[in-house]
Design a protein around this ligand. Structure first.
Ligand code: SF4
Length: 279
């Protein structure tokens, strides 16, 4: 299926220059490259500018409420574990309203790919600070500047048990495609943080351009190396920012544990088919 066939005809209202475009087109290209048909892909989104991707992709999609994209995606995965489920969430959406769901999905190793469109601002509501906004950020809710430090979501995900952790940048589509391809193919919970430009309320590309670098030759299975990598940049300073796969390991998925038969064998029949069969 050609990449263009994954894009819907819905009128797009993202601002010119918004990093969401890169994420949308990277997803499209990767689904096409991996040969995943539209009917076997599901995009689940929360609330925010990013969430419109559910309308803009010509796949199955679900527009969840604020912060609740991950539990919806978890339910879909248990219902039909053979689907490719991509969960798009914003930094406010996933790191504030939905933080508990993010942590528990990582802990459980739910077999979904979570892409965080991290523009470090609430764009849809015109510019309030989020958990990753840097100190001093003067948004609509903080006119005198943010007076607290951001947290480090990658460090949090490593502690929570995520089995795949990567970072990408919305001005590096090729690198993003490589990361997304590996994330979708990973069995288990894949966490992909995208540093995303918000062209209207927080255009940070001038800060990122000089600091990002692509990881080369690292061993993603090396936990100690990952602990160093996730802390190389703390979201408030101007240190070097590693892009790529920072950590990856194999582990049983939530679906395998929940859907396993009495003898422990893995039954790929989802809960939906089981419910239908019982009727
Ligand atoms: Fe993109 Fe920012 Fe515009 Fe929202 S406000 S569509 S995040 S550029």
């Amino acid at each position: 299926m050609k990449g263009a066939e994954y894009i819907s005809q819905t009128q797009n209202t993202w601002c010119p220059g918004c990093g969401n475009f890169t994420i949308q087109h990277a997803i499209k290209s990767v689904l096409s490259d991996l040969g995943i048909p539209r009917e076997e892909a599901v995009i689940v989104s929360g609330i925010g500018c990013h969430a419109k991707i559910a309308d803009y992709m010509q796949t199955n999609s679900f527009y969840a409420i604020h912060g609740r994209a991950i539990p919806v995606a978890t339910g879909i995965s248990l219902g039909n574990p053979d689907l490719t489920i991509i969960c798009s969430a914003g930094d406010g959406d996933a790191y504030a309203e939905g933080l508990d769901h993010l942590i528990f999905a990582a802990k459980r190793n739910v077999d979904i790919t979570v892409i965080i469109h991290d523009n470090r601002v609430y764009g849809l509501t015109t510019g309030q600070y989020t958990p990753t906004s840097p100190p001093g950020f003067a948004g609509k809710s903080t006119p005198e500047g943010v007076k607290e430090d951001p947290f480090n979501p990658l460090d949090l995900m490593l502690s929570a048990g995520a089995t795949f952790i990567a970072r990408s940048y919305s001005r590096d589509k090729k690198g993003m495609e490589e990361v997304l391809k590996a994330a979708i193919q990973h069995k288990g919970f894949s966490f992909v943080e995208v540093l995303q430009v918000c062209a209207t309320f927080y255009d940070v590309h001038t800060c990122y351009d000089d600091h990002v670098y692509r990881l080369e030759g690292n061993d993603p299975e090396d936990r100690r190396a990952a602990e160093v990598l996730v802390r190389e940049w703390n979201y408030s300073g101007e240190g070097r920012i590693p892009l790529g796969i920072l950590y990856s390991r194999d582990a049983p998925t939530f679906e395998e544990r929940i859907l396993a038969g009495k003898e422990g064998e893995i039954d790929r029949t989802g809960l939906i088919q089981r419910a239908i069969a019982k009727r």
